[in-house]
Design a binder for this molecule. Structure first.
Ligand SMILES: Cc1cc2nc3c(=O)[nH]c(=O)nc-3n(C[C@H](O)[C@H](O)[C@H](O)COP(=O)(O)O)c2cc1C
Length: 235
């Protein structure tokens, strides 16, 4: 790998949220490469809940447009990727990813045993959510005396938002490297997006990213100074 840290930071700095695109199409192979990069993003317990709905069909874009508050980039971008997170990912992926990691010797037996203990502990809600309530109390009361992680996995959408957003960020940066523009979007109605694209209820719609060639080259942007945001050692 010969990318320097300065070059990487420049890629992050140069990426802009683009709201106007020209009508040049994006080669499907190039789109696949961006998704391939996103696929390698990390996820908790390596459960990989992120799914990608790639919309290139103009009629479907027109259905998606009102669901996304009529933001022009949906109509203008060559493609829009809807990033979703699987609410039933444990049932769908846990055994499969454990097996894959075991076969590739990516995990040792000790780590697999740890996952077998922690994944059900994190995700189980119990009959009528009783286990959820119990965990809530343990977290609130027990947490005073000993560090206990938040109930993020039980709050499925909160947990999914983290996993899926990391994959989406990889996608944004990969697109920048490929000379493509993107716009991460949370301005949409989840229900309406699901209806427009036939996305099942078990998928949480987390982020929507139009991608294509920008029709302008305004690259200026600002960020708050690091000194206002960094807290060395303690707050
Ligand atoms: C989670 C998230 C949601 C966003 N939602 C929208 C959106 O719905 N519409 C939009 O035009 N921009 C949206 N943006 C883009 C931000 O406005 C933009 O990232 C911010 O102004 C900084 O500009 P930059 O991305 O060009 O650096 C969103 C960004 C993030 C990270």
């Amino acid at each position: 790998m010969n990318l320097s840290l300065d070059q990487f930071t420049e890629i992050v700095r140069a990426r802009r949220s683009t709201r106007h695109f020209d009508n040049q199409p994006v080669a499907p192979e190039l789109l696949d490469k961006l998704l391939e990069a996103a696929r390698w993003s990390p996820s908790a317990f390596n459960l990989q809940p992120t799914n990608f709905v790639v919309v290139t069909d103009q009629k479907l874009k027109e259905k998606l447009y009102p669901a996304c508050m009529k933001q022009a980039q949906i109509l203008e971008a060559a493609a829009t990727v809807v990033f979703t997170g699987d609410r039933n990912v444990v049932e769908h992926h846990f055994e499969k990813t454990l097996r894959q990691d075991r076969e590739a010797r990516a995990n040792n037996r000790e780590y697999e045993n740890l996952l077998r203990k922690n994944v059900p502990l994190s995700f189980n809600r119990g009959f009528l959510g009783i286990e959820f309530l119990l965990k809530f109390l343990i977290e609130k009361i027990g947490g005073i005396f000993t560090p206990i992680p938040k109930l993020q996995a039980v709050h499925r959408d909160y947990w999914l938002a983290k996993q899926v957003s990391i994959a989406a960020q990889t996608f944004l940066l990969a697109a920048e490297v490929a000379g493509l523009a993107t716009c991460p979007m949370e301005g949409f109605s989840e229900r309406a997006v699901r209806k427009a694209l036939g996305i099942p209820k078990e998928q949480a719609v987390i982020l929507i990213v139009p991608v294509g060639y920008a029709d302008n080259s305004a690259r200026t942007k600002t960020r708050l100074p690091l000194a206002e945001l960094v807290h060395q050692n303690s707050w």
